[in-house]
Design a protein around this ligand. Structure first.
Ligand SMILES: *Cc1c(COP(=O)(O)O)cnc(C)c1O
Length: 423
């Protein structure tokens, strides 16, 4: 459930008309609903309230400081994947003791920053990384808390680009090698093995892969405890899907009971790393129609948002519902089009929707690309030298620009023409 709804044929975000935001902040614009962020966070947390748990919001889904602060206020930690995300998380007020650090390619400098910040734990993804974290910690006379990210070889049944828990993926440590590596970690001076971690993929719409994974982790947990390795944290990752179109992902309550049942009585703190399920449907991308273009074969609705703003349709063939910000009074009588909704970028892969039926818009109308809160702005780029969109956070009847639209100077920041080549 979210707070983007029509009232008298006007799309609202909470109590603010989306058209008002478009006019004042300009387009393209990402609009997040604070009430939806809070609601989704609380609904996700609910089933875990009765057990020892920590939610580490996976901030690569949407890492705007304003959005992060909403979660920090709710007591959330963060799952980070870079030094830049550590910087943002701390800046937003997230407690470093609630930060876990995932990712296959942590650099020494990034590891140092995380040790200095005294984060909760590193989710280590390879033997080489374990050695490096150990060495960096020893240099600082510290002990780094770690979990090994194990790869359980479970098929998440999602898009191949967002599957991460298969043997053929670059992530994690082969489950059969985990015990040996934990034993080595146990005797390393700079390492304190405290957790088990996994993350099998994103946009999962079935519970069985989660169930299977958690039971594999549970067996490993038992084995490690028998070996005298004191595992305190079991990090089950993120990955719960959301309805973009016709998908029917399980509700967080069912997800929660599946995890809890599979883990039953293990006396361990459960760490969860939800991303998409919290922010996905809490944000939209609003855009203005520039032109309608009719060719012999097709109708194109050309808008001012493009694949640099929202890459998911181009990258994953992802579906995003597209709605008129101001709906025709009488939908039944309005002329419908089947059109490709495309941006200004010079690539045929630049589309937000293909062969989509929509009420015929005209230049100057605003459209809302729904479910754009996750992997929207955070995956955006400056391709075609397009300044990145602005981001707006709505709360009740107020809205705030939480990231200014980029300007042309932002595009060339840090660039220079070497004197050598100036003629
Ligand atoms: C991306 C990611 C997540 C979040 O995935 P969602 O599908 O957005 O919930 C969690 N953990 C790790 C390690 C990730 O890389």
């Amino acid at each position: 459930m979210h707070f983007f709804e029509y009232l008298n044929n006007q799309l609202y975000c909470e109590n603010v008309p989306v058209s008002e935001i478009c006019r004042q902040a300009g387009t393209p614009v990402f609009i997040y609903s604070c009430k939806t962020l809070e609601r989704h966070f609380n609904v996700f947390r609910e089933p875990f309230e009765k057990v020892d748990h920590l939610i580490c919001y996976s901030m690569k889904a949407c890492s705007n400081l304003g959005v992060l602060r909403v979660f920090a206020n709710l007591g959330s930690g963060a799952d980070i994947v870079s030094g830049g995300e550590l910087y943002r998380a701390i800046k937003a007020g997230i407690d470093p003791q609630k930060i876990v650090y995932s990712g296959v390619g942590k650099r020494e400098s990034e590891i140092d920053e995380a040790i200095d910040a005294d984060i909760l734990m590193f989710n280590v993804e390879s033997e080489g990384e374990l050695e490096t974290v150990n060495q960096r910690a020893i240099r600082k006379k510290a002990k780094a808390r770690i979990a090994l990210r194990v790869n359980p070889d479970v098929d998440p049944k999602t898009h191949p680009y967002i599957s991460t828990g298969l043997k053929t993926n670059k992530f994690g440590i082969d489950i059969s090698k985990a015990l040996g590596l934990y034993k080595r970690a146990q005797v390393m001076d700079g390492i304190d093995p405290v957790g088990i971690d996994c993350h099998i993929g994103s946009q999962l719409t079935e519970l069985s892969p989660f169930r299977e994974t958690v039971s594999i982790l549970k067996e490993l947990l038992k084995t490690l405890r028998q070996e005298g390795i004191n595992i305190k944290y079991l990090d089950v990752g993120g990955g719960l899907g959301i309805p973009y179109d016709q998908e029917t992902p399980p509700p967080p309550s069912a997800y929660g009971s599946t995890i809890l049942e599979a883990l039953a009585e293990m006396d361990v703190r459960i760490i969860l790393e939800p991303g998409r399920v919290i922010v996905g449907n809490a944000g939209i991308l609003a855009t203005e129609v520039l032109y309608l273009k009719q060719t012999d074969d097709k109708t194109f609705v050309i808008v001012d948002a493009a694949m640099n703003d929202l890459v998911r349709p181009s990258l994953y063939k992802a579906h995003h519902t597209i709605l008129p910000v101001i709906r025709p009074e009488d939908l039944a009588k309005s002329e419908l089009l089947i059109a490709d909704i495309v941006g200004p970028i010079c690539e045929s892969g630049d589309f937000l929707a293909r062969s989509r039926e929509i009420p015929k818009p005209k230049a100057g109308d605003f459209l809302a690309v729904m479910s754009a809160g996750a992997y929207g702005f955070s995956m955006s780029s400056n391709y075609n030298s397009r300044p990145r969109a602005c981001e707006v956070l709505v709360t009740g009847d107020k809205f705030f620009v939480v990231r200014k639209r980029e300007c042309y100077e932002d595009l060339t920041r840090g660039e220079q023409i070497p004197g050598e080549i100036i003629k």
